[in-house]
Write a protein of this length. Structure first.
Length: 526
């Protein structure tokens, strides 16, 4: 019974969701008589049974939908801080959102959608090996697969060997098309909340990860039913996992400051739990250290002999500082399992005691500050810990590369020169869809440096409803604005580069380059 409880407790506390209120309904209790089930070892023969269900592309048409942007930004902000979150999210999304694969592959980026006109994939039958590919036009392609062998899809990525181990299958039908072979990575909705796989016409091609017919393509699938969840639990988990896996090594000073208030020992409120037979003496606490590691300890017998049941990295971000509450987003990342679970936190006063309340889609758990342990943090973080006033992130935390595209305040920019000893440069490439658009003097990117806006790309305003453009940069040249107004609705340009004298000098220059012949459209400029 003790071992069963500790295993369950480790999972639940990591998820910030050990719900003691209404525990008989929310948290199943393992009786002393209950025998642990022997889990079936996952092999290539039974893997598809673990993933039965219908899947659609994870990213485009899925979690990239604008209504989920707040998850992306909040989770990124727990690591790099609120000031850097939007830029970092743009970068990590772009890494798996290449426009093509194979002959149209973009070096350094992967395409993670479905290919061959596939809309959804369903793993069915008793063992999951009966697979239905539904195409965009509604046509269904049915295949029954048999396991071939354990295999590895491999290649080189920026000169370094990379690859994915998995299971290779071949269809039983006499077919020679894009659905003949199927390669599955070991991810499942139960472990990483999504699938990663490839399908194709030959074993040789499907196992070439960064070369050949399927170069830089690895499909990411998400349960279609997950988009119907009222609490969006699976969406929160898959987004937080993707974000943390990709950027936790880029922790900034701002990110560190945001979680400083948690440092210390917190005793769990086990009042309701102790009402359950067998748990009358159980007690638990968590200990957060300044290095961002949290540990959960449990004592089932009330003897003071605590057992370490889970260890995890923790991240936090106050995503609504204006509400004057010490509350926001919290993420726990298991050090042993690699799982990531998001939730929310709030520190408040309960009956004169400082309380830390964690809430996830599974429930709420409350801890009280152990005053005897003298935790290092106060109830409310210091003003300097707020994102708007945090210390400047380390420049090396996130690298900026030439040709990177970044979306800031709705406008898109492309890096044309990386900032090193001298200032970096960017081109204004796509304007936001607004009636008035501003081309700034510079923008701050993820490395914490300012990049000068020195160009406006051709047709930069073509997809915008902008009729007025305010230009604040004086670094534009004739060649750098070639056809920038072509196919746009722009009627007026206003120069605001600095002082009245500087505006006048720049206006004279810009009147000669923002012409119909050069910029692609005749506009009023003042």
């Amino acid at each position: 019974m003790m071992n069963s409880f500790i295993k369950k407790c480790a999972v639940l506390t990591l998820a910030m969701s050990l719900t003691f209120t209404g525990i008989s309904n929310a948290t199943p209790i393992i009786s002393a008589e209950e025998q642990p089930k022997v889990e079936e070892k996952v092999t290539g023969q039974n893997f598809l049974k673990q993933v039965k269900g219908e899947f659609q592309p994870l990213f485009d048409g899925g979690v990239y939908d604008a209504k989920y942007d707040h998850y992306w930004n909040d989770y990124a902000a727990t690591v790099v801080g609120g000031s850097q979150a939007a830029d970092v999210v743009t970068r990590i999304k772009a890494s798996v959102n290449a426009p093509g694969y194979g002959e149209t592959a973009v070096d350094g980026k992967f395409y993670c959608g479905f290919i061959s006109n596939v809309a959804t994939i369903e793993f069915g039958g008793e063992d999951g090996k009966d697979v239905t590919y539904t195409l965009n036009d509604g046509t269904k392609v049915n295949r029954s697969y048999e396991f071939v062998k354990e295999a590895r899809a491999a290649g080189e990525y920026f000169g370094q060997a990379m690859g994915y181990d998995g299971y290779l299958y071949k269809c039983k039908e006499e077919a020679n098309d894009e659905f003949t072979y199927l390669f599955m990575c070991p991810d499942t909705p139960a472990s990483t909340y999504h699938l990663e796989f490839r399908y194709g016409s030959s074993e040789e091609d499907i196992l070439k990860l960064t070369d050949g017919k399927y170069k830089n393509w690895l499909a990411a699938g998400f349960m279609t039913s997950a988009f119907k969840e009222a609490d969006e639990d699976s969406i929160q988990k898959v987004v937080s996992l993707f974000v943390i896996e990709n950027i936790k090594s880029s922790l900034t000073d701002e990110g560190k400051n945001q979680r400083a208030f948690l440092v210390g020992k917190w005793n769990c409120d086990v009042t309701d739990m102790r009402k359950v037979p067998g748990y009358e003496k159980a007690q638990m606490y968590v200990d957060y250290n300044a290095d961002g590691i949290g540990k959960t300890y449990v004592d089932m017998n009330g003897t003071g002999n605590y057992v370490l049941v889970s260890e995890y990295n923790y991240f936090a971000y106050d995503n609504n500082p204006s509400d004057n509450k010490n509350a926001g987003v919290y993420i726990a990342n298991s050090i042993t399992e690699g799982t990531v679970t998001p939730g929310s936190y709030e520190i408040k006063d309960i009956n004169g005691k400082k309380a830390l309340c964690f809430k996830s889609t599974e429930g709420t758990v409350t801890y009280f500050a152990d005053e005897s342990a003298k935790p290092a943090a106060s109830v409310k973080p210091a003003a300097s810990a707020k994102p708007a006033q945090a210390a400047t992130p380390k420049a090396a935390a996130v690298k900026v590369k030439k040709l990177d595209t970044v979306k800031i305040s709705g406008n898109t920019y492309k890096v044309t020169k990386v900032a090193k000893k001298s200032a970096g440069k960017v081109a204004f490439t796509v304007a936001k869809n607004a009636k008035v658009v501003t081309v700034p003097k510079s923008v701050k990117l993820a490395d914490g440096k300012n990049y000068k806006v020195t160009a406006i790309n051709a047709k930069a305003f073509a997809k915008s409803k902008a009729t007025k453009v305010i230009i604040k940069t004086a670094a534009l040249k004739k060649a750098s604005v070639k056809n920038c107004l072509k196919s746009s609705k722009v009627k007026k340009i206003t120069i605001k580069v600095g002082s009245k004298k500087k505006n006048k000098a720049t206006l004279k220059t810009y009147k000669s380059i923002f012409t119909k012949k050069n910029a692609g459209l005749s506009v009023k400029i003042k």
